[in-house]
Design a protein around this ligand. Structure first.
Ligand SMILES: Nc1ncnc2c1ncn2[C@@H]1O[C@H](COP(=O)(O)OP(=O)(O)O)[C@@H](O)[C@H]1O
Ligand SMILES: [Mg+2]
Length: 341
């Protein structure tokens, strides 16, 4: 029905060295850090990992909805990360179909009308849109549900309507964000079988999941939990200008900090209220580990003496990644350990 040149190149995906950073409250959060992925035309690929590991972030980049901080995405020979303006709009609309985690169907419309919507929006006539919607609903096994509204359908059926809608423009790339998350196991199976069938020559299907059982039916699994370690928060890199406060005595304790560059001063008022420097810490030192470990507020304050780059870890991650290394290499605790907690 839709004649264009999207099918001339095969639906291969190459993601190279993809990094996404979010900046919030002085922190840089980096859910994707140098990720590379290859997937081939016709495959069903799972992005696997616990909540917060960057699945939705990666799918948003693949959908052309989020611009990565660095790295490239190439799909069917086109560099997605270079598209802008009309080309990007066209890519989002015609090359990618997206199925969201919460089905996102319009509650007041029937299954058929939900599938028709994207077609009508782009100027397809009502009669043709309706014919096409019925065909798609038939394909996802819902030909007897075309007049039902979302509230009258099971979760699995709603998800299949959402898949039919995402396929309206016959996109060569179908993205499904945790499509089985809210379903019971029978519904999970029907949705996975459908996605398995949809992944056929000319189309690549990428789904995200935290359920490792899903990987049994996929061709390719991309594990987003690094090194298969227990789930851990990605490191947060924080930057402070000279003189800037990192935390104050009495603040709730959140992170343990490792200094990447610059100097940090740890200080506390003495009994006369005069500020006393307890330690000056440098690259490789850490500070602030006791407060979060014991659930106590900060017992001293920390300030950047020069421009400073810090990596902030939650206590568990810090212990796994860093404290054991310090213990091996330095018999005495780093200078920071005596200072701020
Ligand atoms: N727009 C944003 N701004 C700041 N942080 C974000 C944003 N989107 C996602 N994050 C953070 O990035 C990390 C990865 O999120 P996400 O990709 O949604 O993970 P998943 O889908 O695997 O659960 C999380 O820590 C999340 O809080
Ligand atoms: Mg998500």
């Amino acid at each position: 029905m839709i004649a264009d040149d999207r099918r001339t190149a095969s639906a291969d995906l190459v993601v190279s060295d993809l990094t996404v950073e979010f900046r919030a409250k002085g922190y840089v959060l980096r859910p994707l850090n140098g990720l590379s992925v290859n997937a081939s035309d016709g495959q069903l690929v799972a992005l696997l990992g616990p909540s917060g590991c960057g699945k939705t972030t990666l799918l948003s980049c693949l959908a052309g909805l989020l611009t990565p901080t660095s790295g490239q995405i190439t799909f069917a020979g086109r560099e997605v990360t270079k598209l802008s303006g009309h080309e990007l709009t066209d890519y989002r609309r015609r090359t990618v179909g997206v199925v969201f985690q919460a089905f996102n169907l319009v509650r007041s419309l029937t299954a058929r009308e939900n599938v028709m919507a994207p077609l009508l929006l782009t100027g397809v006539g009502r009669r043709e849109a309706s014919r096409r919607a019925i065909e798609l609903l038939d394909m996802v096994g819902l030909c007897d549900r075309i007049k039902h509204r979302p509230g009258e359908l099971s979760g699995g059926q709603q998800q299949r309507v959402a898949i039919a809608r995402a396929l309206a423009w016959e996109p060569p790339l179908l993205l499904a964000d945790e499509p089985t998350a809210h379903l019971d196991h029978i519904q999970v199976e029907s949705v996975l079988r459908l996605l398995r069938d949809i992944a056929a020559p000319g189309r690549l299907v990428v789904l995200s999941t935290h359920d490792s059982r899903v990987s049994r039916i996929t061709d390719n699994v991309v594990e987003l939990a690094p090194d298969r370690l227990p789930p851990e928060a990605p490191p947060r890199v924080a930057e402070f200008a000279a003189g800037e406060l990192i935390f104050s005595q009495g603040d709730p304790s959140d992170f343990v900090y490792v200094i990447e560059a610059g100097e940090v001063e740890i200080y506390r008022p003495d009994e006369h209220g005069v500020e006393r420097t307890l330690a000056v810490l440098r690259a490789g030192d850490y500070f602030g580990e006791l407060g979060p470990a014991l659930g106590l507020p900060r017992n001293s304050s920390a300030r950047a003496r020069t421009a400073v780059a810090l990596v902030a870890y939650d206590v568990g991650t810090f212990r796994r990644k860093y404290a054991s290394r310090l213990a091996q290499h330095a018999p005495a605790p780093a200078s920071g350990a005596a200072g701020a907690s």
